[in-house]
Design a protein around this ligand. Structure first.
Ligand code: HT7
Ligand code: ZN
Length: 878
């Protein structure tokens, strides 16, 4: 497969003003008739041929302006249909046959539980009909869907329903019109035996919108939270960004087989059932929060993505980075804002930083790709969001909002570039963002070494920041970036924030904008004057930039910040840094075979957290959570899987032994019989209670075991049940694990999303039988390699969340993953290319594991590979 390059972008030779589609649905032979109103693009070179994209289509008929084309008047290959001498204006009619039942890749039109549905982003539409399948070709659509009246009573597409009626042979039809010009990737069709819940929303200008959530009948009682989230998102986007919804109808459909979380098709969002269905008995708090976030994300795309879309797929982060930033802000406003920031940064620092340091590292705007669906990455989404957040930090909210307003007004209905977006921000702020644009073109995580000195005599604090970005594949040399570093100085005597006065080339300037320093040089010293007492610096507050910042904090400094920092994020981060110092010592001790000794300062810091009153219980739960094994691994030059696991278990158990009564007291204080609600207060209580229980269970404390069993049996809600079941199953006691596991499996055998949790809990057990369980469960009737949720729950959970067992020294974990990748490569290449990720990180491990992992990558390479897997494996082995 050949790469596509950003530098080769050309506007399309033709545009499509209107698209008329007719689907005659049948599982193995659906007929798609397309009438395209085409005209030559005014900017294109005259005489260029008309080249339409099309894959896996069986062409039945082709006509131009009513005249059938004969062989020789057009050319077909596996990916295109070419007409050399197309007129400047034409109506092209094609009829193709496709096979949705055979579509296990879940791109284009496919069947999920007897229901027809589509996934067109990024290039699935070309598997439905011949088309100019690129985001800068935008057309209005009129779609007629025909299906069996009994089997497929519901026929949906984008826009507004305009007609429906009966047809011979037990069929019926529905016609939909979407008045908003859109690219093909936003097209959708759904047909099935579905039922709906409805609600209404009145927009800020007083228009009535009908809201519908379509699900399989047994899931009708699981839609309330998604509907509430949708209405909250609609209000939030009006109040925060001034964005109003623009159709009379907004639909969400839940499907069981889906490659990602959801899809923002115009007026007809299609959701993975895991990202929309909730019920207190079946979904955890985390699932409720995910639903709120994903519903918000897809809804916000209506402006950031649909009304203003991407010129080409290299600009993907234009819509995804901005929309993630918008959904993160929405969730922060709906819940505990510091906890949301902590969760987002933890994810970024473990998963995205690892991507940025590995063989698939790429810029937020890549300059080439083989398979675009491999680029729906953490870098495009999460780092892309951090770039937008930095713009907000640099401009301040009000100016950022002006830039956003200008962007939506100026580019409404257009397909644009990242320059267009950043250009609006530069225009409204007067800031020169030329250097800032490097964030989009330069891959890798910048590292900042910070050094501070307090000059008593002058009452000045000198902060020196040195930045460097490590080389990444294809980018050996990096330039300094424009980095917003939000800081505070916390007085060591007062324990309070000191006023910040920056002594720069233009004299003294008060840092009123929350203390944001603009780091632009490779090395820069900032002089802060009138600093009345010796401070401890609080750096990168709120994680103001996606960088690794090193500062030689001592343990006392960190304990001090943990107590006094007014920035909730940095207070948490000080605790994490303190824990990391202890963990580093213990990892070294484990490696050297030396006796492990617990750092009492960490124990005392935890005692302080457990006993001092804390306003935000949700933040407290985060502060009591030790850095994950994945995060610890990220900090090591060579990952020592066993030492990391042993050190973390040791710290957890030492804290549990020393603070047993305090944890017990926290558990008891946060027990509640209140009716379940996914409210911020209740979620905070549950997470605090369950963190405390996890400490008690880490030492298999008798009372802890009793409480876990009671909590499991009480069955109050899935958050508590799952937390208790996980602790029982992850314990060394099969006498308490097995009965609980059996009871849970029997109770929920009918619910695939709950069975996913049952799979994940078992395969993330630290006990050495985990790999055998994976194999055993792969043969379970509830498991199927064809369903991405099942694959993620069983295989994904094992390879990503069970590090000691996946990285077994006999290489069996690697072999198992390679076997799965080889099978998925044929069934579902997108999922195969994602699940392989842990193997691609082989360079991070010791020599023995490197060899074992590499051998499995080579075994995969020897297969007949899809472009998706080929691209990832080639990069991993390069
Ligand atoms: N914009 C959507 C992307 C998406 C997707 C991409 C490739 C393959 C399958 C997919 N399903 C959805 C999701 C989003 O970011 O909102
Ligand atoms: Zn998105």
């Amino acid at each position: 497969p050949q790469p596509v390059y950003l530098k080769d972008y050309q506007p399309p030779a033709f545009r499509i003003t209107h698209t008329e589609l007719k689907f005659d649905l049948a599982p193995s032979n659906t007929r798609v008739t397309a009438l395209l109103h085409l005209e030559r693009h005014p900017d294109s070179q005259p005489g260029l041929p008309l080249i339409l994209d099309g894959e896996k289509l069986s062409l039945q008929r082709i006509a131009i302006d009513g005249q059938e084309l004969q062989e020789g008047e057009y050319r077909l290959d596996a990916e295109t249909l070419t007409i050399e001498d197309a007129p400047d204006r034409l109506r092209l009619e094609t009829e193709v046959e496709i096979d949705p039942a055979a579509n296990t890749a879940l791109e284009g039109l496919y069947l999920s539980n007897g229901m027809f549905c589509t996934q067109c982003e990024a290039q699935g539409f070309r598997r439905i009909t011949y088309y100019l399948d690129r985001p800068d070709v935008m057309a209005t659509f009129s779609t007629t869907v025909i299906g069996d009246r009994e089997q497929l009573p519901v026929l949906l597409s984008n826009g507004n329903p305009v007609e429906r009626g009966e047809l011979p042979n037990g069929k019926h039809f529905a016609t939909w019109e979407d008045p908003h010009p859109k690219p093909s990737y936003l097209f959708a069709v759904v047909a099935g035996s579905l039922e709906k819940v409805e609600d209404h929303f009145t927009t800020m200008s007083g228009r009535e919108v009908l809201l519908q959530i379509w699900v399989e009948p047994e899931n009708l009682d699981k839609t309330e939270h998604a509907m509430r989230s949708l209405k909250a998102a609609m209000v939030w986007d009006e109040q925060t960004y001034g964005r109003e919804y623009d159709l009379d109808l907004f639909m969400i459909v839940a499907v069981n087989d889906f490659n990602m979380g959801a899809m923002e098709n115009k007026g007809l969002n299609i959701f993975n059932s895991a990202a929309v269905l909730t019920h207190p008995q079946t979904a955890t708090d985390a699932a409720y929060q995910r639903v709120e976030g994903v519903v918000g994300h897809e809804y916000f795309h209506n402006w950031s993505g649909n009304r203003v879309t991407c010129r080409d797929w290299f600009q993907l982060s234009l819509k995804e980075g901005f929309t993630v930033f918008r959904d993160q802000s929405f969730s922060a406003d709906m819940n505990s804002a510091p906890v949301k920031r902590i969760e987002d940064v933890s994810y970024l620092r473990t998963a995205q930083f690892a991507e940025d340091a590995g063989p698939t590292a790429h810029p937020v705007r890549p300059d080439h790709y083989i398979e675009i669906s491999n680029f729906y990455t953490l870098t495009i989404y999460e780092k892309g969001s951090e770039i937008v957040r930095m713009l907000r930090n640099l401009l301040g909210w009000d100016t950022f909002r002006q830039g956003s307003d200008l962007y939506f007004a100026r580019f409404d209905g257009q397909a644009v570039t990242i320059e267009d977006f950043v250009g609006c921000m530069a225009e409204v702020s007067g800031l020169d963002l030329t250097q800032f644009m490097l964030w989009y073109s330069q891959a890798g995580t910048p590292e900042i070494d910070a050094h501070g000195e307090y000059d008593y005599a002058k009452a000045e604090y000198h902060l020196t920041l040195r930045q460097r970005t490590p080389a990444t594949p294809g980018q050996p040399n990096k330039q300094p970036l424009h980095i917003p570093v939000r800081i505070g100085l916390v007085g060591t005597k007062s324990g309070e924030d000191l006023a910040l006065t920056l002594n720069g080339s233009q004299g003294k300037q008060s840092l009123s904008e929350g203390g944001v320093l603009h780091l632009r040089e490779a090395e820069q010293t900032f002089v802060l004057s009138d600093v009345a007492e010796a401070p401890v610096p609080s750096l990168l507050r709120g994680f103001s930039a996606p960088v690794k910042l090193r500062f030689p904090y001592g343990r006392e400094d960190l304990s001090f910040l943990l107590q006094h920092d007014v920035d909730g994020f940095n207070r948490w981060d000080a605790g994490q840094r303190l824990a990391m110092l202890a963990l580093d010592d213990l990892i070294a001790a484990h490696r050297n075979g030396v006796e492990k000794v617990m750092d009492v300062r960490l124990t005392e810091a935890f005692r302080g957290l457990l006993t001092a009153p804390e306003e935000d219980q949700a933040v407290l739960a985060e502060m009591l959570t030790l850095p994950s094994e994945a995060y610890i691994a990220e900090q090591q030059p060579v990952v020592d899987v066993d030492a990391i696991h042993a050190a973390r278990v040791f710290v957890k158990q030492s804290l549990a032994v020393a603070l047993r009564d305090e944890f017990l007291a926290i558990y008891q204080a946060n027990q509640s019989d209140a009716v379940y609600a996914p409210s911020a207060e209740q979620i905070a209580q549950r997470s605090l209670k369950n963190v405390a229980l996890s400490y008690l269970m880490s030492i298999e404390d008798e009372r802890g075991v009793e409480l876990a069993q009671q909590q499991f049996e009480a069955g109050h809600n899935m958050t508590d049940v799952r937390a208790a079941l996980t602790l029982l199953v992850h314990s060394s006691r099969s006498d308490i694990a097995e009965p609980a596991l059996r009871a849970f499996g029997e109770k929920w055998a009918h619910d695939p999303l709950v069975m996913d949790q049952w799979f994940s809990i078992q395969v993330t057990r630290p006990q050495p039988d985990a790999l055998d369980r994976v194999k055993y469960l792969m043969a379970h009737p509830a498991f199927s390699l064809k369903n991405p949720n099942r694959v993620r729950a069983l295989i994904g959970a094992f390879v990503n969340q069970n590090r000691i067992n996946f990285h077994r020294l006999d290489g069996e974990g690697y072999e198992l993953l390679a076997d799965v990748v080889i099978k998925l490569n044929k069934l579902n290449p997108e999922i195969a290319a994602r699940i392989i990720t842990p193997l691609t990180r082989w360079r991070r491990f010791d020599e023995q594991r490197q060899a074992l992992m590499k051998a499995q990558l080579e075994r995969i390479r020897a297969e007949d590979l899809s472009p998706n897997v080929f691209e990832i494996v080639e990069k991993a082995l390069a």
